[in-house]
Design a binder for this molecule. Sequence first.
Ligand SMILES: NC(=O)c1ccc[n+]([C@@H]2O[C@H](COP(=O)([O-])OP(=O)(O)OC[C@H]3O[C@@H](n4cnc5c(N)ncnc54)[C@H](O)[C@@H]3O)[C@@H](O)[C@H]2O)c1
Ligand SMILES: *[C@@H]1O[C@H](CO)[C@@H](O)[C@H](O)[C@H]1NC(C)=O
Ligand SMILES: *[C@@H]1O[C@H](CO)[C@@H](O)[C@H](O)[C@H]1NC(C)=O
Length: 447
Amino acid sequence: MSQLKPLSSHLDSIPSTPGKFKMDKSPYIHRLRYHFSLAKLSFWCFLFLSLILIFFYRAAPPNPNSASQSSSSSDPSRRSLQTPTWGGPNWEKRVRSSARIRSRNGICVLVTGAAGFVGTHVSAALKRRGDGVLGMDNFNNYYDPTLKRARQALLERTGVFVVEGDINDSVLLKKLFDVVAFSHVMHLAAQAGVRYAMENPTSYVHSNIAGLVSVLEVCKSANPQPAIVWASSSSVYGLNSKVPFSEKDRTDQPASLYAATKKAGEEIAHTYNHIYGLSITGLRFFTVYGPWGRPDMAYFFFTRDILKGKSIPIFEAPNHGTVARDFTYIDDIVKGCLASLDTAEKSTGSGGKKKGPAQLRVFNLGNTSPVPVTKLVNILEKLLKVKANKVMLKMPRNGDVQFTHANITLAQSELGYKPATDLQTGLKKFVRWYLSYYSGSGKKSSS
Ligand SMILES: NC(=O)c1ccc[n+]([C@@H]2O[C@H](COP(=O)([O-])OP(=O)(O)OC[C@H]3O[C@@H](n4cnc5c(N)ncnc54)[C@H](O)[C@@H]3O)[C@@H](O)[C@H]2O)c1
Ligand SMILES: *[C@@H]1O[C@H](CO)[C@@H](O)[C@H](O)[C@H]1NC(C)=O
Ligand SMILES: *[C@@H]1O[C@H](CO)[C@@H](O)[C@H](O)[C@H]1NC(C)=O
């Protein structure tokens, strides 16, 4: 715009400064030349402005909103080339609006891993009650990021903004706490999966150890300190063979690096509670499944492979022992998460100083009825009306345990937790979602 001003004032001044123009030609010719040069000038100005506009348009950091909707996130190399996707007044406005509490006695929650399976359901449920919710996720490509983007789009429609960023980025976390005084943090971001730990061990250290510490560091320094609820895992029971698993049972024999990082997380939680007075609740989830679930989990890829006619591997424990899981439906897990947030006491410290003892809890969130994997496949065959091509294999010793079974007495009494969905009912809902999400019209058709 500033280019226009000198130009117009120059034009204005023409009649009063005739000396600038040779007057030896007739006024008519002069006028012609004047119009001609005016047109030429306008043309170059137009070109110049266009170039400037094009330059700014291409150089401007992408609006987090439009980037999240349109960028082809399936290409991680492209993401790393982009300028940071957070910051700016518009971004801050969206953060504030998403975190605004809309009901009496509502809470204000930062949900990490919000574009994940559990994170999406928990964020949506909190928003529905009128709580303030801000999501955060790094949209990594451990599994198909288009599914994470679709979950993000679902959350956007309910009014939840998911900030794109890494929990190990303490500058970003601090910025979020500067903008919003969160009363609670629901920490679900993690590197999940048991067998992948042998392929990419450092991703577990990055997210589940360094990332957790970075979250707790920011929480401990915040004023007021938020109460924290975070996802541990039933895998901490490891080689423990006493069933059902109770919170008091030993958890010092992890069978995978994933389990070891979750166990480490529980110890780190103890430290931050002890030193800084942070109120912390750890939830040991037992094999969560349901709509919008994780493609790396058996129920999910069995469904995909049964429909494709591909063979599915079924693991068998030594001596033909059954492999079984205490499958827990997502809605039950969400209820357990919300009850944990609602019963969490306030942290007692402030600005990094402890003022008194604070709450420290661990709960099993399971379903209390282990189902053999063969039974899972039978249910899927009936729901999909396709016979599975099963291949029995010896269970490799690469992280999986043979059996999980939760004792949920503690969660029942402290949280009022009471799982209400059996595997048959829950899988029916999953299959309905799966078929609609992956139906011919493409991935966007599901909602
Ligand atoms: N689903 C289960 O059966 C199960 C069982 C036990 C424990 N858990 C735990 O529950 C939590 C949620 O699991 P889920 O099934 O929703 O997994 P998920 O992978 O779908 O969700 C985790 C989300 O966190 C994000 N994330 C990972 N590392 C991050 C980082 N460094 N910074 C920012 N975001 C990051 C991922 O992009 C993903 O969207 C995890 O902590 C997981 O370990 C899940
Ligand atoms: C986490 O981030 C810090 C910088 O904030 C970096 O030094 C460290 O290497 C990161 N840790 C991991 C495990 O990625
Ligand atoms: C379940 O755990 C509770 C303690 O939380 C314990 O009292 C009870 O005996 C356990 N039940 C079984 C069947 O192990």
